[in-house]
Write a protein that binds this ligand. Structure first.
Ligand SMILES: C[S@@+](CC[C@H](N)C(=O)[O-])C[C@H]1O[C@@H](n2cnc3c(N)ncnc32)[C@H](O)[C@@H]1O
Length: 213
């Protein structure tokens, strides 16, 4: 069994904790009603995000790429008592499903949604973060890194999703399309960035975990 088949096997899913009922419901509704439901983090990555958030117990979190709100609710599980997750998505059509599940979740008062281009919204938030989840347009990952780095507290955690890009970054650079080139460039920049210590994990589509030094 090769690497990607191992990742896709049921074994990992079956030997991780159960998905909370509300998350299973949101996942199903996303699959039925939203375009590209493959974008949703899913059970295993969701539990990973929840555990990281519970370890950090963050006061302020920034999420770039809300989609239907699945990862938002996973991260919210670890928020401190007065903690807030600021979450941004450019697609206003997603607000209905987000609001339905944010309401149901009990975290409504701890979730602040922003609708629009994250590159323009982030500089206006003006909050220091303990945790950032980067999961929006992959082409702008390097730009996001420059914009968010100053707002992440020392010891804060940056999580970046899809860094393996379906395995495309592992292939010869001559085969790279534009998005793959930009993700590969970002991966190299992050690994060399002296402001961060980073490990790339082969979880799902690849997730980099970086601590701000
Ligand atoms: C991979 S999905 C996020 C998945 C979500 N974090 C989860 O795990 O369930 C990426 C989202 O980023 C949003 N997005 C893409 N480019 C954006 C931008 N420039 N500003 C804000 N949101 C953007 C898309 O509308 C999409 O909903």
């Amino acid at each position: 069994m090769d690497f990607f088949n191992i990742q896709n096997s049921d074994y990992i899913e079956n030997h991780s904790s159960n998905e909370r009922n509300i998350l299973a419901e949101l996942r199903r509704e996303t699959e039925l009603k939203c375009l590209n439901p493959i974008m949703l983090s899913g059970k295993v990555q969701g539990i990973f995000l929840s555990i990281i958030s519970k370890i950090i117990n963050p006061k302020n979190v920034l999420e770039i790429g809300t989609y239907s709100g699945y990862s938002t609710l996973c991260i919210a599980e670890g928020l401190g008592a007065n903690g807030i997750i600021h979450t941004i998505d450019k697609n206003e059509e997603l607000l209905e499903i987000q609001n339905k599940y944010f309401e149901k979740s009990g975290y409504r008062n701890q979730i602040k949604q922003y609708t629009g281009n994250a590159l323009q919204i982030i500089p206006k938030i003006k909050v220091n973060f303990d945790m950032i989840f980067l999961d929006a347009d992959k082409e702008n990952y390097s730009n996001y890194l420059n914009i968010v780095a100053p707002w992440l507290n020392k010891g804060g955690i940056l999580l970046t999703d899809n860094v393996l890009w379906h395995g495309k970054v592992l292939k010869s650079s001559e085969t790279h399309d534009e998005t793959t080139k930009l993700i590969d460039k970002f991966n190299k920049e992050l690994a060399l960035d002296s402001n961060f210590k980073t490990v790339m994990l082969p979880l799902r589509d690849g997730i980099s975990v970086s601590i701000k030094l």
